[in-house]
Design a protein around this ligand. Sequence first.
Ligand SMILES: C[C@@](CO)(OP(=O)(O)O)[C@H](O)COP(=O)(O)OP(=O)(O)OC[C@H]1O[C@@H](n2ccc(N)nc2=O)[C@H](O)[C@@H]1O
Ligand SMILES: Nc1ncnc2c1ncn2[C@@H]1O[C@H](COP(=O)(O)OP(=O)(O)O)[C@@H](O)[C@H]1O
Length: 311
Amino acid sequence: MLAVVPPPVTVRAPAKVNLHLAVGDVRPDGFHELVTVFQALSLTDDVVVAPADTLAVTVRGEGASSVPLDHRNLVWQAAELLAAETGREAAVAISLAKGIPVAGGMAGGSADAAATLVALCALWRLELSRDELGVLAARLGSDVPFALHGGTAMGTGRGEQLLPVLARNTFHWVLALAPEGLSTPAVYGELDRLRAGGDPPRVGDVQPLMHALTAGDPIALAPLLANDLQAAALSLRPALRRTLRAGTTAGALAGIVSGSGPTCAFLCADADAAVRVGAELAGAGVCRTVRVASGPTPGARVVPGGVETTS
Ligand SMILES: C[C@@](CO)(OP(=O)(O)O)[C@H](O)COP(=O)(O)OP(=O)(O)OC[C@H]1O[C@@H](n2ccc(N)nc2=O)[C@H](O)[C@@H]1O
Ligand SMILES: Nc1ncnc2c1ncn2[C@@H]1O[C@H](COP(=O)(O)OP(=O)(O)O)[C@@H](O)[C@H]1O
């Protein structure tokens, strides 16, 4: 009797921006205690999984040449974790189409890991709940549970404990991608160094930002965007100051370093303003390339029919 080979499964997962990122003290396990508000954006990666003889990863798209293809890739780790948890071989071919900048502070690797968990659940017909997947996601990285969840959410602990946040309306963003990435541990380390030498100002209370999100008002939200890692990213990459200035000069309501950077995210008044700001920023010579995106968008989800694109 012929075995039926299941067809490939495609899952799309979003980039994130931290609207608020308050970094607390270092914990004994080396992670920092966070209070953050994530928003998922329309900038995405696609992950396709198909049955194969052994585990193999291929990558194309944005920054593909700097993505590892072995056990260092988070999708490899996701496949091995899910296989071990369910007592099977991780015999799958995983193809990544990257739209999210690599090491850009937009959680692209986390998005791919979340997408792999969802894709393999479908391929292997597993009956895992979103909560069970969330527990596995947190073992892969602090940002992976949010990539599963999507939308707008508050993250506490090391960022993995999530609560949904009510955000009315769609927000419009311009993203300035940098020529080279920044390492997340290096940026946290730089913040520790800056804090040891003085006490750089810390972001304030998150509540006013929550009100602006509930109201769905970008003009109220703009001055409340705040990121404790920004000072550290600017210290490691001073040229980002010029990028941030150029975005507001181009007409953005506000600009912020996305997470650990170096991508800069600019909040715009509406979709037309985002296109105008994007065009002006692209010509200002302050970044490698520009993307226009909106949020919130859903977390990792199967693409019906498996159409695969790079956004
Ligand atoms: C900074 C943030 C903001 O959302 O994301 P990025 O901007 O890099 O995408 C996250 O905290 C990154 O999350 P993620 O990239 O999943 O980090 P992990 O793999 O869990 O940890 C990588 C390293 O970052 C540092 N780290 C991470 C999270 C945290 N709460 N405290 C930390 O100090 C630790 O040095 C850790 O070893
Ligand atoms: N699937 C993946 N996509 C991108 N980078 C990955 C992936 N898996 C592992 N990495 C490694 O993780 C590092 C951080 O990547 P990424 O998740 O894109 O950035 P950030 O942590 O800034 O959001 C990369 O430099 C790369 O070496």
